[in-house]
Each structure stands twice: as C-alpha cells, then as structure tokens.
Design a protein around this ligand. Structure first.
Ligand SMILES: O=C(O)CCC(=O)C(=O)O
Ligand SMILES: [Fe+2]
Length: 200
C-alpha cells in the first residue's frame, strides 16, 4: 500500500480527519465480511433517546479487553472478547495510528434503511481528544460531519468506501458531530469497525 497516495487529509476548523483509502483490499474485505457476518452475534440493541426507547437502526457488537464497558444513550455495553480477525485489524491499524486501542464498536448496516444519527463520540470514558479509527467494509456509504456550534461552517461529506480507514483525532469530537444517513438507493450490507481507547 502506498500510504501517501491513498491518504486524504481533510482540513476544517477544529477537525483532524484523515482517510486512508484501500487500507484493506477488496479480496480481504470480502473475506472479512463473510466471516464477521456469520461469526459475530450481532444484536439490534435498544437505546433511550429523549425519554423514549427505540431499537437502533443497525446491528452492533462491542468488543475489547475484558472488563471494559461502553455507555451511550442509556445503553451499557459490556466488552465481548476480541474476534481474532478484529484483533488482527487492531494491530494493523496501530501500525499507522499508534494509539492504545483497547475496544471496538462494530456496526452492521444491513441495507439503506440502516443508519446512524447525529452524534459525537464524546463519552467521558473516551477522555479528552479521543482518537477513533473507523474501518469501512462493503457498501460505500455517505458519512457527513457538521460543526456543533458554527452552522456557517460547510458540512463535510465523505464517501466511506470499501476498505477505507477514517481517523478522527484531536478536538474533532469536541467541535463536530457526524452521522451516517439512510438512503433510498439500493444498498448491500456495510460493516463499520470503530476502534477506540477507553480510559479506566
Ligand atoms: O458507520 C460509521 O461510519 C459511523 C459509526 C460511528 O459513528 C460510531 O460507531 O460511532
Ligand atoms: Fe461515531
């Protein structure tokens, strides 16, 4: 992989965003999707938003070092053991972004109806200025960022295609929100693996 050619740095106030295209090649990606779709006990968890309970519009699993927990929108996820393939990817990602990733939230978007709403990954257990490494496999989907306070700032639109690795660093989570909108276009499944560092 020629990292420089494949690396896109996105410049915006208060954001530190890098996309590495083709971090995983097509063949590897296909294999990963095949194995992970079958071998992970995907769940459609329920969250509480504005006082109401909803089933999330996607499937997920949280993995990581034993004893870690991740809490968001009233949901408490206990880390399941690393799947060996996820653990391998964690090590590969650490080679390009040396952060102490100790967990990953895995998302499976079954089709265009599956999505993720506006949010920042700013849970206290991620600490100040978290580094998040997000690997996309399968169906390319639109990923959008908007500034949290300055709505004059243009939105940032990225197409996260098969095998691309997005790094969100620095104060990105403090100043920006992101979302994966639903789409009416025909969509095959997409896997997204977000590696994170939880501080005990
Ligand atoms: O699926 C994506 O690209 C976004 C996932 C995400 O934002 C998250 O897991 O916090
Ligand atoms: Fe996120």
């Amino acid at each position: 992989m020629h990292e420089e050619e494949n690396t896109q740095i996105i410049q915006a106030p208060g954001a530190d965003l890098v996309v590495v295209r083709g971090f995983v090649d097509t063949q590897q990606s296909k294999q990963l999707i095949r194995c992970l779709s079958l071998e992970i006990d995907w769940r459609q968890d329920r969250i509480r938003l504005f006082g109401r309970e909803h089933a999330i519009p996607r499937l997920q699993q949280f993995q990581g070092e034993p004893g870690l927990h991740y809490r968001y929108s009233g949901l408490l996820l206990e880390a399941r053991p690393w799947h060996p393939l996820i653990e391998q990817l964690r090590r590969r990602i650490t080679a390009v972004e040396p952060a102490p990733f100790n967990c990953a939230l895995l998302n499976l978007y079954r089709d265009g109806e599956d999505s993720m709403g506006w949010h920042s990954d700013d849970e206290p257990e991620l600490g100040l200025d978290p580094v998040i490494a997000s690997l996309s496999l399968g169906q390319p989907r639109r990923f959008v960022l908007r500034h949290r306070t300055d709505r004059q700032q243009p939105k940032i639109e990225l197409l996260l295609d098969d095998g691309s690795l997005l790094l969100m660093r620095g104060s990105t989570q403090h100043h920006w929100q992101h979302a994966l909108p639903r789409t009416r276009r025909h969509c095959t499944p997409r896997l997204n693996l977000t590696f994170r560092c939880i501080i005990d």
